[in-house]
Design a binder for this molecule. Structure first.
Ligand SMILES: [Zn+2]
Length: 186
């Protein structure tokens, strides 16, 4: 056992640090490399859409995503988040904004065919893993994205979107955000 002195806010703190178990680490990495690792929400799509960030890095602040970093972290699948600002609820154009974001994900896959693969199913994710590619999936953040149109929802599904949250932090015409519901109940 190794004892280390750590300075914390002016006072000395003595902590015990176990030496790293290299065997356990290697075993853990082996399991991690074999596993299907999925990130279900990444807002990098905003930078991809607004600034044409193409995932080749270095990642723009405050985002931390690049193909290199996804590979380093052993990521199998990424859900690119289609985040549509509540601004679009009052000003219109939420569905158009969602389409622009979907386009940025498609373009990233087109730009990096050896690293990324568009995926819409569990089978696609397994295929990507076998091909040592990152599966690119899409999820919508905020039900207002469909502009109250079930047809638009179907179209987004046809384009490959595989989840949609009912709300973001804002209420829309069909679901009520949690805080708003609480205050109307009070
Ligand atoms: Zn988000």
């Amino acid at each position: 056992m190794i004892r280390q002195q750590v300075r914390s806010k002016g006072s000395k703190l003595s902590v015990s640090v176990e030496p790293r178990d290299e065997k356990a680490l290697e075993k853990a990495l082996e399991i991690h490399r074999k596993a299907i690792v999925i990130d279900t929400h990444n807002d990098i799509t905003t930078a991809m859409t607004n600034d044409d960030y193409d995932l080749a890095g270095p990642p723009p602040v405050p985002y931390r995503t690049s193909i290199e970093r996804m590979k380093q972290g052993g990521l199998t699948a990424e859900f690119f988040s289609l985040y549509v600002k509540p601004w679009y609820v009052t000003n219109g154009g939420a569905a158009r904004r969602t389409l622009d974001m979907i386009d940025s994900v498609y373009r990233a896959v087109e730009r990096h065919p050896n690293d990324l693969m568009l995926a819409t199913s569990a089978a696609d994710i397994r295929r990507a893993k076998k091909q040592k590619k990152i599966a690119a999936l899409m999820g919508i953040e905020g039900g207002h994205a469909i502009e109250n149109s079930i047809a638009a929802l179907r179209e987004f599904h046809r384009l490959g979107v595989r989840y949609i949250t009912l709300t973001w932090n804002n209420t829309n015409d069909w679901p009520t955000r949690r805080e708003a519901r609480k205050s109307t109940m009070a």
